[in-house]
Design a protein around this ligand. Structure first.
Ligand code: HEM
Length: 259
């Protein structure tokens, strides 16, 4: 194994993961007020709504698929009686569908940022970089899932590339602190590019607005409602009464006055 491979599949991933962890600690310690997705809803709503909805829902399921494929060892599926063929059919169709939803979402968000001048002017370079990188990672992921299968069919190569026997154990080996870069030697280029681009994303993550992932307001689901009260209740009551009176149909007004 040459030094280049050691760098790509051991040193670089660890550098990215350490930057990811320490970067978040640093950001939390020194920039809690900047810990936000920095919404641009005030500048444009419609594309944002569709982009955010599609990207977040798509990504949630893509994330679930990665947990199933990368963190759960292949032996678990085999012992449960899930054949490799069935696993791949499921991962192809479901993976492609949810990946396409995430892809359309992130594409809309990127287009909105590049082509609406007032959003472009209010976007910093880190936001451009991470949004574009998300797009790239997802395009490469789709190329690995769908494109590689088309390529395999065209050239009559063995039907499936079993990433649960190389990428997945390599990925887990990083977390056991016993990295096994040899596993990545035979992995097709498109899967390698997808994985490396994801690690670049992880390294930039803590310095971008992506930190908001770790502050999803789940507490909102359980807490009681917050009531907003006026600092001048009499004035608000008067205002409310005036508004109501203005909306009341004329016939009612007349009968109240006894006319
Ligand atoms: C080190 C991290 C990652 C590894 C090792 C990895 C690995 C993989 C593999 C092996 C596939 C092919 C799955 C198949 O053919 O069934 C895939 C697909 C995909 N990946 Fe990743 N991935 C990583 C991170 C990410 C991230 C951060 C994103 C999103 C931003 C992402 C988005 C996708 C998408 C959209 C697909 C295609 C749809 C799917 O199969 O879910 N991946 N990835």
């Amino acid at each position: 194994m040459n030094l280049w491979y050691q760098f790509l599949w051991v040193i670089f991933p660890y550098l990215a993961l350490v930057t990811f962890v320490l970067g978040h600690v640093y950001r939390y310690a020194y920039d809690q007020y900047g810990w936000t997705p920095k919404s641009s809803q005030i500048l444009e709503r419609r594309l944002l709504m569709w982009g955010v909805l599609l990207f977040h829902w798509g990504f949630l399921f893509v994330f679930g698929g990665h947990v199933m494929g990368l963190l759960v060892p292949i032996g678990v599926y085999r012992s449960l009686g899930v054949s490799d063929y069935n696993y791949h059919i499921l991962s192809l169709w479901v993976g492609a569908a949810v990946g396409a939803v995430a892809l359309i979402g992130i594409l809309l968000l990127n287009l909105r940022r590049w082509f609406i001048p007032r959003i472009r002017r209010n976007t910093d370079w880190m936001r451009f970089a991470t949004d574009a990188l998300l797009l790239l990672v997802i395009v490469l992921g789709m190329a690995a899932t769908v494109g590689y299968r088309i390529y395999v069919n065209q050239y009559d190569l063995p039907a499936e590339f079993e990433y649960r026997e190389n990428i997945a154990p390599w990925f887990r080996s990083l977390f056991y602190f016993s990295p096994n870069p040899e596993l990545m030697l035979e992995v097709p280029l498109i899967f390698q590019l997808h994985t490396l681009s994801a690690f670049v994303l992880f390294a930039l993550w803590p310095f971008s607005s992506l930190v908001h992932v770790f502050s999803v307001p789940l507490g909102y689901l359980r807490r009681s409602h917050v009531q907003y009260r006026s600092s001048n209740p009499r004035a608000s009551l008067d205002r409310e009464r005036t508004q109501k009176a203005n909306k009341r149909p004329p016939a009612v007004e007349q009968s109240r006055r006894g006319e």
